[in-house]
Design a protein around this ligand. Structure first.
Ligand code: DC
Length: 243
C-alpha cells in the first residue's frame, strides 16, 4: 500500500533504489524495513548476509577466537547458499535451507562478523548477489557499502547516525526482545570494535557517499524518522507533498 503523498509516484509504478548505510545499531534495518513496507519495495538486510557467512565459518571452524582461516573460508564460499524467505510476515535469512535468523544475531556471530566481512572474496561473493537482488529497483538495502559500492547509482542514499549511548540502548532492547541475554558493556564493546574494523578495513570501508543525506536519529522517534525519510523519497521523485 502506498501512503497518499507518494501515491502519484506509485501510480506511475516507477521503482527506485534506496541505499541506507551507517554504523552498527543506528536503526538502519528498522528504517529500511519500514520504508520498504510503506513503498511496497523489497527490503534487504545486507548485514544478515555477512552474518550468514560468519555463522557458516564458525560452524566449519574457519573462524575461532584465536584464528581466522581465510583460505578455508574462501574455498568454501560456493557451498554457502543464502536466501531471504518470508516467515510470519518477516524476512528471515536461510543458510543452506536452514532458518538462521535468530542464530546470526547472537554474540559469537556478532564477535566475528567484522573480520569475516573484511575479506575481499567474501565481499565480492555477497556484493554480486546483492546487485542481482536489486537489479530491477524497488529495493531498500541497508549496510555499510550500499551507496558507495553496491549501488553507487542509487537514486536515494541515506547515511544514518546516532549517539553510542542510544545505539547501545536500542541494541539491548532488540536482543532482549529476541530472548538473547547481553549486558550494556558487552554490546558497547562489540559496537565500538565493529565500527572501528568496518570503517578502517581496506576493502569497501564504511564511509558516507558524497551524495548521501545524513540523518542523525538520536533524538527522533521511529515514526519521525520514517516520515523524514518518506519526505526525502518524495522529494527525489518530485511528486506532490501532502500539506
Ligand atoms: O548491519 P549488521 O550490524 O547486522 O552487520 C554486521 C556486520 O556485517 C557489520 O559489522 C559489517 C558487515 N557489513 C558489511 O561489511 N557490509 C555491509 N553491506 C553490511 C554489513
Amino acid at each position: 500500500m502506498c501512503p497518499f503523498f507518494v501515491s502519484l509516484y506509485c501510480m506511475e509504478n516507477k521503482k527506485i533504489t534506496i541505499a541506507i548505510d551507517g554504523y552498527s545499531a543506528c536503526g538502519k534495518s528498522t528504517l529500511a524495513k519500514e520504508l520498504a513496507r510503506e513503498l511496497d519495495y523489497t527490503f534487504i538486510d545486507s548485514g544478515a548476509m555477512y552474518r550468514g557467512v560468519t555463522l557458516y565459518a564458525i560452524r566449519t571452524e574457519s573462524v575461532s577466537p584465536t584464528h581466522l582461516d581465510k583460505e578455508k573460508l574462501i574455498n568454501a564460499l560456493n557451498d554457502i547458499q543464502l536466501e531471504f524467505r518470508k516467515v510470519d510476515h518477516e524476512r528471515h535469512l536461510f543458510l543452506n535451507n536452514e532458518d538462521v535468523e535468530l542464530e546470526i544475531r547472537k554474540k559469537p556471530v556478532s564477535d566475528f562478523v567484522s573480520p569475516v566481512a573484511a575479506i575481499k572474496e567474501v565481499r565480492e561473493f555477497l556484493v554480486s548477489q546483492q546487485r542481482e537482488m536489486g537489479k530491477n529497483g524497488g529495493i531498500v538495502m541497508d549496510g555499510r557499502d550500499i551507496g558507495t559500492v553496491v549501488f553507487p547509482n542509487a537514486e536515494l542514499k541515506l547515511f544514518i547516525t546516532a549517539s553510542i549511548e542510544i545505539r547501545v540502548h536500542r541494541r539491548l532492547l532488540e536482543l532482549q526482545s529476541k530472548g538473547i541475554d547481553s549486558t550494556a558493556d558487552e554490546v558497547k564493546d562489540n559496537l565500538t570494535q565493529r565500527d572501528y574494523i568496518d570503517s578502517t578495513r581496506a576493502e569497501s570501508p564504511l564511509r558516507q557517499a558524497e551524495d548521501a543525506i545524513v540523518i542523525d536519529n538520536s533524538q527522533l522517534t521511529r515514526s519521525e524518522q520514517l516520515t523524514l525519510a518518506l519526505k526525502l523519497v518524495n522529494e527525489k521523485l518530485n511528486s506532490p507533498i501532502r500539506t
